[in-house]
Design a protein around this ligand. Structure first.
Ligand SMILES: O=C(O)c1ccccc1N[C@@H]1O[C@H](COP(=O)(O)O)[C@@H](O)[C@H]1O
Length: 201
Protein backbone atom coordinates (compact mmCIF):
# COMPACT_ATOMS: atom_id res chain seq x y z
CA UNK A 1 0.00 0.00 0.00
CA UNK A 2 1.34 3.45 -0.94
CA UNK A 3 1.34 5.97 1.91
CA UNK A 4 1.79 9.61 1.01
CA UNK A 5 2.34 12.26 3.65
CA UNK A 6 1.78 15.63 2.03
CA UNK A 7 2.45 19.27 2.85
CA UNK A 8 5.78 18.68 4.58
CA UNK A 9 7.71 21.79 5.54
CA UNK A 10 10.11 20.79 8.32
CA UNK A 11 13.09 18.45 8.44
CA UNK A 12 11.66 16.69 11.50
CA UNK A 13 8.41 15.88 9.69
CA UNK A 14 10.25 14.62 6.60
CA UNK A 15 12.49 12.44 8.78
CA UNK A 16 9.53 11.02 10.71
CA UNK A 17 7.57 10.25 7.54
CA UNK A 18 10.56 8.45 6.01
CA UNK A 19 11.53 6.60 9.21
CA UNK A 20 7.93 5.44 9.77
CA UNK A 21 7.61 3.97 6.28
CA UNK A 22 5.97 6.55 4.02
CA UNK A 23 6.34 5.56 0.36
CA UNK A 24 5.68 9.11 -0.92
CA UNK A 25 6.28 12.53 0.61
CA UNK A 26 4.70 15.69 -0.78
CA UNK A 27 5.82 19.30 -1.07
CA UNK A 28 3.22 21.95 -1.93
CA UNK A 29 4.31 24.52 -4.52
CA UNK A 30 0.80 25.93 -5.01
CA UNK A 31 -0.88 28.69 -3.02
CA UNK A 32 -1.41 27.20 0.42
CA UNK A 33 -0.52 27.63 4.04
CA UNK A 34 1.83 24.68 3.38
CA UNK A 35 3.58 26.21 0.38
CA UNK A 36 7.37 25.82 0.28
CA UNK A 37 9.92 27.35 -2.08
CA UNK A 38 11.76 25.08 -4.51
CA UNK A 39 15.03 25.95 -2.75
CA UNK A 40 13.70 24.86 0.64
CA UNK A 41 12.11 21.69 -0.77
CA UNK A 42 15.46 20.81 -2.33
CA UNK A 43 17.09 21.21 1.07
CA UNK A 44 14.40 19.07 2.78
CA UNK A 45 14.66 16.41 0.07
CA UNK A 46 18.40 16.02 0.02
CA UNK A 47 18.70 13.02 2.35
CA UNK A 48 15.47 11.27 1.40
CA UNK A 49 16.22 7.70 0.24
CA UNK A 50 15.60 6.94 -3.43
CA UNK A 51 12.96 4.39 -2.42
CA UNK A 52 10.71 7.19 -1.16
CA UNK A 53 9.05 9.15 -3.97
CA UNK A 54 9.27 12.93 -3.70
CA UNK A 55 6.05 14.45 -5.03
CA UNK A 56 5.55 18.10 -5.97
CA UNK A 57 2.00 19.45 -5.75
CA UNK A 58 0.91 22.09 -8.27
CA UNK A 59 -2.38 23.81 -9.11
CA UNK A 60 -2.79 25.02 -12.70
CA UNK A 61 0.87 26.01 -12.86
CA UNK A 62 2.68 26.91 -16.04
CA UNK A 63 4.17 23.70 -17.44
CA UNK A 64 7.63 25.25 -17.84
CA UNK A 65 7.63 26.22 -14.16
CA UNK A 66 6.64 22.67 -13.16
CA UNK A 67 9.46 21.21 -15.25
CA UNK A 68 11.96 23.64 -13.77
CA UNK A 69 10.97 22.74 -10.20
CA UNK A 70 10.98 19.00 -10.99
CA UNK A 71 14.61 19.33 -12.12
CA UNK A 72 15.69 21.68 -9.35
CA UNK A 73 14.26 19.68 -6.44
CA UNK A 74 14.76 16.24 -8.00
CA UNK A 75 11.05 15.39 -7.82
CA UNK A 76 10.01 11.84 -8.74
CA UNK A 77 6.34 12.63 -9.33
CA UNK A 78 4.01 15.58 -9.79
CA UNK A 79 0.54 15.91 -8.27
CA UNK A 80 -1.79 18.09 -10.35
CA UNK A 81 -4.55 19.48 -8.17
CA UNK A 82 -6.25 21.94 -10.51
CA UNK A 83 -8.04 21.79 -13.87
CA UNK A 84 -5.03 20.45 -15.81
CA UNK A 85 -5.86 18.57 -19.01
CA UNK A 86 -4.67 15.10 -20.00
CA UNK A 87 -2.64 16.79 -22.73
CA UNK A 88 -0.85 18.87 -20.06
CA UNK A 89 -0.29 15.79 -17.88
CA UNK A 90 1.21 13.91 -20.83
CA UNK A 91 3.88 16.59 -21.18
CA UNK A 92 5.12 16.38 -17.58
CA UNK A 93 8.53 14.68 -17.49
CA UNK A 94 7.80 12.49 -14.41
CA UNK A 95 4.80 10.30 -13.47
CA UNK A 96 1.65 12.24 -12.64
CA UNK A 97 -0.96 11.96 -9.90
CA UNK A 98 -4.14 13.74 -11.05
CA UNK A 99 -6.50 14.88 -8.31
CA UNK A 100 -10.28 14.99 -8.70
CA UNK A 101 -12.75 16.54 -6.28
CA UNK A 102 -15.59 14.14 -5.60
CA UNK A 103 -18.97 15.86 -5.22
CA UNK A 104 -22.05 13.88 -4.16
CA UNK A 105 -20.04 10.68 -4.56
CA UNK A 106 -19.72 11.12 -8.35
CA UNK A 107 -16.44 9.93 -9.88
CA UNK A 108 -15.93 12.37 -12.81
CA UNK A 109 -16.02 10.83 -16.30
CA UNK A 110 -12.80 12.78 -16.99
CA UNK A 111 -10.77 10.17 -15.09
CA UNK A 112 -10.93 8.09 -18.29
CA UNK A 113 -8.51 10.60 -19.89
CA UNK A 114 -5.98 9.92 -17.13
CA UNK A 115 -5.90 6.15 -17.22
CA UNK A 116 -2.13 6.21 -17.89
CA UNK A 117 -1.61 8.15 -14.66
CA UNK A 118 -2.46 7.72 -10.99
CA UNK A 119 -5.77 9.23 -9.86
CA UNK A 120 -6.32 10.91 -6.49
CA UNK A 121 -9.79 11.26 -5.00
CA UNK A 122 -10.25 14.29 -2.75
CA UNK A 123 -13.03 16.46 -1.35
CA UNK A 124 -14.09 19.35 -3.62
CA UNK A 125 -11.93 22.51 -3.36
CA UNK A 126 -12.59 24.91 -0.47
CA UNK A 127 -10.34 27.85 0.51
CA UNK A 128 -7.49 26.32 -1.51
CA UNK A 129 -7.66 23.64 -4.19
CA UNK A 130 -7.18 20.95 -1.55
CA UNK A 131 -5.73 20.19 1.84
CA UNK A 132 -8.91 21.25 3.63
CA UNK A 133 -9.14 18.22 5.92
CA UNK A 134 -12.63 17.48 4.57
CA UNK A 135 -13.69 14.02 3.43
CA UNK A 136 -16.01 13.39 0.48
CA UNK A 137 -19.07 11.13 0.63
CA UNK A 138 -17.38 7.73 0.75
CA UNK A 139 -20.67 5.85 0.97
CA UNK A 140 -22.09 7.36 -2.21
CA UNK A 141 -19.19 6.44 -4.50
CA UNK A 142 -19.80 3.82 -7.20
CA UNK A 143 -16.63 1.79 -6.64
CA UNK A 144 -16.91 0.00 -9.98
CA UNK A 145 -16.03 3.33 -11.67
CA UNK A 146 -12.52 2.89 -10.23
CA UNK A 147 -11.91 -0.55 -11.70
CA UNK A 148 -8.58 -0.68 -13.51
CA UNK A 149 -7.27 2.59 -12.06
CA UNK A 150 -4.29 3.17 -9.79
CA UNK A 151 -5.63 5.58 -7.21
CA UNK A 152 -5.00 7.34 -3.92
CA UNK A 153 -7.81 8.11 -1.51
CA UNK A 154 -7.33 11.50 0.16
CA UNK A 155 -9.40 14.19 1.83
CA UNK A 156 -9.93 14.28 5.56
CA UNK A 157 -8.01 11.11 6.34
CA UNK A 158 -6.49 10.71 9.79
CA UNK A 159 -5.13 7.87 11.96
CA UNK A 160 -8.66 7.07 13.18
CA UNK A 161 -10.53 6.81 9.87
CA UNK A 162 -7.85 5.59 7.45
CA UNK A 163 -8.60 1.93 8.20
CA UNK A 164 -12.23 2.41 7.20
CA UNK A 165 -11.20 4.24 4.00
CA UNK A 166 -8.92 1.34 3.05
CA UNK A 167 -11.65 -1.20 3.80
CA UNK A 168 -14.16 0.64 1.59
CA UNK A 169 -11.97 1.63 -1.37
CA UNK A 170 -9.14 -0.94 -1.38
CA UNK A 171 -7.03 1.82 -2.93
CA UNK A 172 -3.51 1.68 -4.31
CA UNK A 173 -2.58 4.30 -1.75
CA UNK A 174 -3.72 6.78 0.87
CA UNK A 175 -2.71 10.43 1.15
CA UNK A 176 -2.94 12.74 4.14
CA UNK A 177 -2.06 16.27 5.11
CA UNK A 178 -4.41 17.95 7.65
CA UNK A 179 -5.08 14.72 9.54
CA UNK A 180 -1.47 14.46 10.70
CA UNK A 181 -1.33 18.04 11.94
CA UNK A 182 -2.04 19.72 15.28
CA UNK A 183 -2.99 23.38 15.17
CA UNK A 184 -1.89 23.60 11.55
CA UNK A 185 1.57 22.13 12.08
CA UNK A 186 2.70 18.61 11.20
CA UNK A 187 2.51 16.46 14.34
CA UNK A 188 5.29 13.86 14.42
CA UNK A 189 3.33 11.41 16.57
CA UNK A 190 0.30 11.61 14.27
CA UNK A 191 2.48 10.97 11.21
CA UNK A 192 3.88 7.86 12.89
CA UNK A 193 0.44 6.70 14.07
CA UNK A 194 -1.12 7.19 10.62
CA UNK A 195 1.60 5.16 8.89
CA UNK A 196 1.48 2.40 11.52
CA UNK A 197 -2.29 2.17 11.16
CA UNK A 198 -1.99 1.70 7.39
CA UNK A 199 0.85 -0.80 7.70
CA UNK A 200 -1.19 -2.91 10.15
CA UNK A 201 -4.23 -3.11 7.83
O1 LIG B 1 -2.15 20.63 1.32
C1 LIG B 1 -2.44 21.69 0.74
O2 LIG B 1 -2.26 22.77 1.28
C2 LIG B 1 -3.02 21.64 -0.63
C3 LIG B 1 -3.17 22.84 -1.33
C4 LIG B 1 -3.69 22.83 -2.61
C5 LIG B 1 -4.10 21.64 -3.19
C6 LIG B 1 -3.99 20.44 -2.49
C7 LIG B 1 -3.45 20.43 -1.21
N1 LIG B 1 -3.33 19.25 -0.47
C8 LIG B 1 -3.77 17.97 -0.87
O3 LIG B 1 -5.14 17.83 -0.60
C9 LIG B 1 -5.43 16.47 -0.31
C10 LIG B 1 -6.26 16.34 0.93
O4 LIG B 1 -5.62 16.90 2.03
P1 LIG B 1 -6.16 16.75 3.54
O5 LIG B 1 -5.57 15.49 4.10
O6 LIG B 1 -7.64 16.72 3.49
O7 LIG B 1 -5.64 17.96 4.23
C11 LIG B 1 -4.10 15.76 -0.22
O8 LIG B 1 -3.87 15.11 -1.45
C12 LIG B 1 -3.10 16.85 -0.09
O9 LIG B 1 -1.94 16.43 -0.74
Amino acid sequence: MWIKICGLSTQAAVDMAVASGATHIGFVFAESKRQVTPEYAKYLAKNVPKTVKKVGLFVDEDLAVVQEIVAKVGLDMVQLHGQESADYAAQVSVPVIKAFGIKDGKIPDAIADFKAHTILLDAPPAQFAGGSGQAFDWDKVDLTALDGYRFFVAGGLNPENVGQAIAIFKPTGVDVSSGVESEGVKDLEKIKKFILKVRRQ
